[in-house]
Ligand binder design. Structure first.
Ligand SMILES: [Zn+2]
Length: 281
C-alpha cells in the first residue's frame, strides 16, 4: 500500500495562529528567550525560565510562600480595609472587584508578620495582578501600619514591590499622599534603628519607585526587573533622544548606583535571611 511508503516522519509546519492553540496550562512561550517551555519546569524553577532565567511575575501569595518560613505568615495584617472611591472615578469600584476576584485579596497587597530564616520579620508584598500593583489609600495605610507595628515590636521590615502601576490614578491626590505617608513611616523606622530591605521585582514604577521602594537600607532587585519612575517611551518622547540599551533594567541601575544587589529568585530567601540579623535584636 502507498500509505506505508510514505516517510515515517513528516515535518508539520505550524502556523503562527496554531502555535497559540497549544493549551496554556501545559507550555509557555518564554518572553525572554522565545523558547517553548513546559509550565512544570517553570514552576519547579520558582517561576523562572530554566533556559534563560527570565523571571515571570508571581502573585503576592506565592511570593510569601517563597520567602516566609514554612511558606506562611504567622499573622496576616492585611484584608481588613477596602478602598473607597473618593473621587467617584468611573469604573474604579468595578476594577477593585475584578482585582479582588483575580487575586483573592482586598487590594494589591498582602502583608503580615512571619519569620524568615528564624528571624521575626514584618513582610509586605504588592501584587501586580491587582490593578498593576498600584498604590492607593489601602496599600499606603497597610504599609504604614505594618511599619508602626515593626517599630513597636522592634522587627525588621521587608517589602517586595511588584507595582508597575505606581500611584493609583483613580484615587488622585489621595494616592499621591500615600507616598509621603509610607516615606514618613520609614523615616520613623530608620530613627528607631531598624532594618528595612526593599526588594524590587518586575515591574516597579511611578509613585512606588518614588517612595518606599527606593528607601531601603538595602535595595535588591530580581534580574532584568524594569524599575522606573516614568516609562522609557514617555522619557524618549519628552527628551527626544534615544535611551541607552537596557535603560531602567536592574543591571543598568546596579551599574549606576541605584541598587545594592541583584538577586536571583532562587537565592532571594537565603540572601534576605543572611542580612536580617544586621537589625537590632
Ligand atoms: Zn527563557
Amino acid at each position: 500500500m502507498d500509505w506505508f511508503k510514505k516517510p515515517k516522519y513528516t515535518t508539520v509546519r505550524v502556523s503562527a495562529k496554531k502555535k497559540t492553540d497549544i493549551p496554556d496550562n501545559l507550555v509557555t512561550r518564554c518572553p525572554g528567550c522565545s523558547e517553548i517551555v513546559f509550565n512544570k519546569e517553570i514552576e519547579k524553577a520558582l517561576r523562572t525560565c530554566p533556559k534563560c532565567n527570565h523571571h515571570f511575575n508571581i502573585p503576592a501569595r506565592e511570593r510569601i510562600q517563597l520567602l516566609a518560613d514554612n511558606g506562611v505568615l504567622l499573622e496576616e495584617t492585611t484584608g481588613r480595609i477596602k478602598a473607597a472611591n473618593p473621587l467617584e472615578f468611573p469604573d474604579y469600584t468595578e476594577k477593585i472587584e475584578k482585582g479582588s476576584k483575580k487575586t483573592g485579596l482586598q487590594d494589591a497587597i498582602q502583608a503580615g508578620i512571619c519569620t524568615i530564616g528564624g528571624k521575626r520579620t514584618a513582610l509586605a508584598v504588592t501584587d501586580f495582578d491587582f490593578m498593576g500593583g498600584s498604590m492607593g489609600s489601602v496599600i499606603g495605610e497597610e504599609i504604614a501600619r505594618l511599619i508602626e507595628r515593626a517599630i513597636k515590636e522592634r522587627l525588621p521590615v521587608v517589602i517586595v514591590s511588584a507595582s508597575g502601576g505606581g500611584a493609583r490614578m483613580q484615587e488622585g491626590i489621595v494616592s499621591l499622599m500615600q507616598m509621603a505617608k509610607t516615606s514618613a513611616a520609614l523615616a520613623r523606622l530608620a530613627a528607631a534603628k531598624l532594618l528595612y530591605i526593599s526588594v524590587l521585582t518586575n515591574p516597579t514604577g511611578g509613585g512606588v519607585t518614588a517612595s518606599f521602594a527606593m528607601l531601603g537600607d538595602i535595595i535588591m532587585a530580581e534580574p532584568n526587573a524594569l524599575i522606573m519612575f516614568a516609562g522609557p517611551r514617555v522619557i524618549e518622547q519628552t527628551i527626544r533622544q534615544h535611551l541607552p540599551k537596557r535603560f531602567q533594567r536592574a543591571e543598568f541601575l546596579l551599574e549606576h548606583g541605584m541598587l545594592d544587589m541583584i538577586v536571583k529568585r532562587q537565592e532571594l530567601k537565603h540572601t534576605i535571611a543572611r542580612l536580617l540579623p544586621i537589625s537590632c535584636p
